[in-house]
Ligand binder design. Sequence first.
Ligand code: PMP
Length: 385
Amino acid sequence: MSPYAWLEQSLATIHRADWYRSVQSIHGSAGATVVLDGREVINFASNDYLGLAGDERLIQAATTATQNLGTGSTGSRLLSGHRELHGELESAIASLKKTEDALVFSSGYLANLGAITACVGKRDVVFSDEYNHSSLKNGAILSGAGVIEYPHCDVEVLKSKLQEVRGNYRRCLIITDSVFSMDGDLCPLPTLLNIAEEFNCMLLVDEAHATGVLGETGAGCVEYFDCTNRQLIQVGTLSKALGSLGGYVAGSKNLIDFLRNRAPTWIYTTALSPADTAAALSGINIVKQEPQRRNQLWENINYLKKLIVNLPNLKILPSESAIVCFQVESAAEALKIGNYLKAEGIFAPAIRPPTVPTSRIRISLMATHQQNHVEKLVEVLKDFG
Ligand code: PMP
């Protein structure tokens, strides 16, 4: 038998469980509406919360950077890949986050892997929320540290486990999403910070879905909870509300200096392209200068929440962000609803195990949605019954 025969069997198992996934092609620029399978549908599947991915200013910034600096950065940051533009972007991130410094990675996934594997190792322990994003979970595994998962947002269990084992390890790192990507709820950040302080732990918070969305200036959940001056490690992505591609870590000067010397996913990979870097920089400037975009996004979120309370059959999960989910019985039902929505002109994806423990439909709101987009979504959900 071929040593690759197991692939066919494993694929068959994935199909049987209704877990099989494939890509769908979106045509043209992705905005509040997109063309999918030849039809225009309202897009509730995008992480482009502020509608910046198609903004003329980001496009112009990327185009100019490409014309001036070329398409590729041609090397890793420590060798030939560094440009002044990377430094400008890092200063802009640090200024938005009000941290001493920041470091840009090629993606948010790589930022999490790099930060976690640099900060902890074999003699250490990581405490991880069970609903954390894959990049946090895999960062913890890759680090070689002991990994203890605590039930979702359960600070009591976290505390009692820390009491039990903290003394057995050198360093301790607590890792958590700030906005949970598949639920839309928030981590209890102030309590986590207090626990971290009490047990002498570091805390890493992933602001991927919070940056540009939460907080007075759009700095994220840390700002929303008024924790800007507390010591912690902030990670995020440039690919969601900031409209570009890439990731970052923001924190103290020492942390960033250390990561530049020890984070393998930063040291041994090619620097972010000029186009992505320039687009992200433009995105951050817009977040700072145009709070009305964030306000509009929140108007849309609150409008949807107001309308869906009239749909008592939907099991809406608690949400305090631009992500609103409703839970369904099974993966097969999630697929059925997802397909029904698509046929009715709504693009809202079915999210199934193993990505999440229970299947759901995930709705992401954008500042560029119109009221009638939200109304149409609610109408279709009502008809589905
Ligand atoms: N963290 C969270 C919470 C995410 O949802 C994502 C992306 N879905 C990432 C990290 C990874 O970010 P990127 O897409 O920039 O790799």
